[in-house]
Design a protein around this ligand. Structure first.
Ligand SMILES: NC(=O)c1ccc[n+]([C@@H]2O[C@H](COP(=O)([O-])OP(=O)(O)OC[C@H]3O[C@@H](n4cnc5c(N)ncnc54)[C@H](OP(=O)(O)O)[C@@H]3O)[C@@H](O)[C@H]2O)c1
Length: 281
């Protein structure tokens, strides 16, 4: 019998750790591929390929196709419907059903690190990952500040947050904005690509102005300890790295595809190993 087949669809995703994590987690009993699709037509062709292949049990979707892919599958379930984006698809009696597990990748690790809710939070970035974060925080945050490069996408995401019942304030990613906001927030989430070993999404000097006890999460995981997290940790704040998000959503995906419960801690260790291997090569 052929091994179960899965893959991830995205654009410019040579960096993805998904094949390494899922293959290791499922003892190489699956064949997990990467489809680097230049446009939505190519992505749609991969969807059809899965539909026609009895060995294909589903796939993951990443940027920039998480919203557009919905037109090519047969339905969405649960949170995916409310978030309007899909990152995981499973074949159910021949039908391709979309799910969203990114939001769980946000709230799961936060809870693990002691998060119980805050009056005010800051989300940096207003793309798909930030949208999942807004959804994840809807019941535990009073007011959310959202910034983006242009500000326009932040305004759109703030409207979504308000629809979910939060107070929301949008702004452009500017030092003057952060100067006022950072001292107010008990939770700061970077959901933008503006983070790295040197790059920091907010001026580094402002990190120490976070209230004591604040939690800082960075979705970027290359490297796992970004400049933002390194400085925040040095100052005594609780930090949550992007590998946690990856691991929590992967654990949910494995449950959706196989009905298996694999602890996120274990999946995170596979991701760390894969990252180490990738850096060596
Ligand atoms: N750890 C995980 O499992 C995981 C999962 C999903 C995503 N991620 C990471 O999260 C990041 C965002 O992903 P995405 O899919 O949401 O990407 P996306 O859809 O491309 O959105 C990126 C957002 O960041 C904003 N942005 C860019 N530079 C900024 C800056 N300097 N300050 C503030 N905002 C800035 C953009 O603003 P404009 O809208 O104005 O352009 C945009 O809203 C990526 O680095 C991705 O790799 C990690």
């Amino acid at each position: 019998m052929r091994r179960a087949r899965l893959f991830i669809i995205g654009r410019d995703i040579g960096y993805t750790l998904s094949p390494a994590i899922y293959t290791k987690a499922l003892n190489s009993s699956i064949d997990y591929g990467v489809v680097d699709a230049g446009d939505i037509e190519e992505a749609a062709a991969a969807v059809e390929d899965c539909r026609e292949d009895p060995a294909c049990i589903g796939f993951n979707v990443t940027k920039p196709y998480k919203v557009a892919i919905i037109d090519y599958i047969d339905g969405v379930e649960g949170e995916a419907e409310e978030i309007g984006a899909v990152n995981t698809v499973a074949k159910r009696r021949g039908r391709l059903i979309g799910y969203n597990t990114d939001w769980y990748g946000v709230i799961g690790p936060l809870r693990l690190h002691g998060y119980r809710g805050v009056d005010e939070a800051l989300i940096i970035g207003a793309g798909g990952a930030a949208r999942a974060a807004v959804y994840a925080l809807k019941d535990t945050v009073g007011r959310v500040y959202i910034t983006s490069r242009t500000g326009t996408s932040a305004v759109r995401l703030a409207a979504y947050a308000e629809k979910l019942g939060m107070e929301a304030v949008a702004g452009r990613a500017r030092p003057e904005f952060y100067e006022v906001i950072v001292p107010r927030v008990g939770l700061l989430i970077n959901a933008s690509p503006a983070s790295g070993s040197r790059a920091c999404p907010i001026p580094v000097r402002l990190i120490k102005r976070l209230p004591s006890g604040a939690i800082v999460m960075d979705m970027v995981y290359t490297p796992p300890k970004t400049r933002l997290l390194m400085e925040a940790e040095r100052l005594g704040y609780t930090v949550v790295d992007g590998l946690w998000m990856l691991a929590y959503q992967a654990s949910r995906n494995i449950e959706i595809w196989f009905g298996l419960a694999i602890p996120p801690e274990r999946l995170r260790s596979y991701a760390l190993n894969a990252l180490g291997e990738a850096e060596k090569s």
